[in-house]
Design a protein around this ligand. Structure first.
Ligand SMILES: Cc1ncc(COP(=O)(O)O)c(C=O)c1O
Length: 459
């Protein structure tokens, strides 16, 4: 057997590879802007790539070269300022740098015993988010991988709470549990329902897309006994619509029902003066999520999950095993105990470092600048002859149609832009019809960039 420590040695070869990787990272961070880049079909990629996972290995230099020359260029740079599809990402320089530190630090972020310092800093961010929302100082939670996991974990806690309350009251459980949410809510909620084997009561909404308490009452009718949670959305993915949280909370509380707010994309809007009022009522919710990798300028991947009463989250999620007793039989804050996970990276630290570096004010300014650009381009679209605004934007997503175009026209336009490396602006759909979206979460996505896209839609 060759030396089994050879992969862990600090030697000249490792030092040289480390410098090469730092050099590549430096170059990537200095791109202004980065190349948009574009995927390629599997067969083309397969033809370009040799086998890389072999018994002997191909060496770090070769692997890095393949990444730099082939793999990275066939992966989109989602931080490109003209990437306005889905929900892009726009990490601050400080957050990217600190992600490197987290990787190098080998901190287990699941238990206070192992990760106290990192967890202290993560919790400072969670407390700050909870305070901004107006939740009590006793609120708390954990950073999980993404909004899908955050929504699922919150709903599992909500059902656990509903079951406990029924048991305490000596009542039986309903044949099928359900939660209610807007018909425009994110697909991760339907997924959570499948995983939990519960039903979703889809709440139809009016033309403005905002679910209200009255919509909820109408949709649920006499079915409240089986509803363990109501999920409001604080910024729908397709439109950036914020449900009427205050009225949803009023109705749900009348029925003693947990309110979860899915703000994966949009809750960042509560930091900006013009969009803060849309979040009226957030201080009354039982749980909420917000993804720093969406509109809080952090790298993939993280979701802040916050419970009004973290004891419920903890009771619902703590894993018990003899080897874990030393971690869990304590009053300390163990992030593993608050979601569907165990081992975890301290993934809240890049946001913590960036917040600590720049201050909250810089975040408020950046988010407000995204809102302003969204309103400006919406005005341009409203006044144009060739386009039609579908809805007035509430946050930083602008949805519109090109008059007279069918699906093929949208696809051809967007394919050409992507092929040329100019922009990533893919069509979406609303009520079965194709539409275009500008999702603006990058402070470097300027009005000029969007004006150019609008102009190119004339042809
Ligand atoms: C409103 C909303 N909820 C949940 C999610 C899921 O988040 P993730 O992709 O981090 O799992 C998204 C993703 O875009 C979203 O916009």
């Amino acid at each position: 057997m060759s030396d089994p420590t050879r992969m862990h040695r600090h030697d000249a070869a490792t030092a040289a590879l480390r410098e090469k990787i730092f050099e590549y990272t430096r170059e990537r961070m200095e791109f202004d802007p980065p190349p948009l880049d574009k995927g390629m079909p599997f067969t083309e990629l397969r033809a370009l790539m040799p086998d890389t996972v072999t018994e002997e290995g191909i060496g770090g230099d070769k692997a890095l070269q393949l990444f730099v020359e082939t793999l990275a260029p066939s992966s989109m740079s989602t931080d490109h300022p003209a990437m306005v599809s889905f929900i892009p990402v726009a990490p601050t320089e400080a957050s990217i740098l600190f992600d490197l530190v987290v990787s190098a630090s080998c901190i287990f972020g699941g238990s206070w015993l192992e990760g106290a310092g990192a967890i202290y800093a993560e919790n400072e961010v969670l407390r700050f988010l909870a305070t901004e929302a107006g939740l009590p100082t006793t609120a708390g939670g954990v950073f999980v991988q993404g909004g899908t996991n955050g929504n699922l974990s919150a709903l599992v806690a909500a059902r656990f709470d509903a079951e406990n309350r029924l048991t305490e009251a000596g009542l039986t459980r309903p044949a099928r549990w359900a939660f209610a949410t807007s018909e425009e809510a994110h697909s991760s909620l339907a997924h959570a329902a499948r995983v939990m084997d519960v039903d979703v009561i889809k709440v139809p909404v009016g033309d403005d897309g905002r679910m209200t308490g009255r919509d909820l009452e109408t949709a649920i009718g006499n079915d409240w006994d089986r509803v363990f949670a109501v999920v409001a959305t604080g910024g729908t993915t397709n439109f950036g619509i914020v449900d009427n949280i205050a009225s949803v909370v009023d109705v749900a509380k009348k029925h003693n029902t947990w309110v979860h707010l899915d703000g994966a994309y949009g809750i960042a809007g509560m930091f900006a003066p013009t969009t803060k009022p849309f979040f009226d009522g957030i201080d009354k919710v039982d749980s909420f999520i917000v993804d720093p990798h969406k509109w809080l300028y952090a790298p993939y991947d993280s979701c802040a999950l916050i419970y009004r009463n973290p004891a419920i989250g903890r009771a619902a999620h703590t894993q018990h095993a003899s080897y874990l007793d030393v971690l869990t039989d304590t009053e300390e804050w163990n992030p593993s105990d608050f979601a569907v996970h165990l081992s975890r990276r301290a993934r809240g630290l890049p946001l913590w470092f960036s917040l600590a570096t720049h201050g909250v004010g810089a975040y408020r300014d950046a988010i407000e600048s995204n809102n302003i650009v969204a309103r400006q381009i919406a005005d341009v679209i409203r006044d144009s002859d060739h386009l039609e605004l579908v809805r007035d934007p509430m946050l930083s997503v602008v949805v519109f149609r090109r008059k007279g175009w069918a699906s093929e026209d949208y696809n051809a336009w967007s394919d050409e832009l992507w092929e040329e490396g100019k922009a990533a602006c893919f069509p979406s759909k609303f009520r079965g019809e194709p539409v275009l979206r500008f999702a603006i979460v990058n402070p470097r996505t300027t009005l000029d960039i969007l004006m150019e896209l609008v102009e190119s839609l004339k042809g």
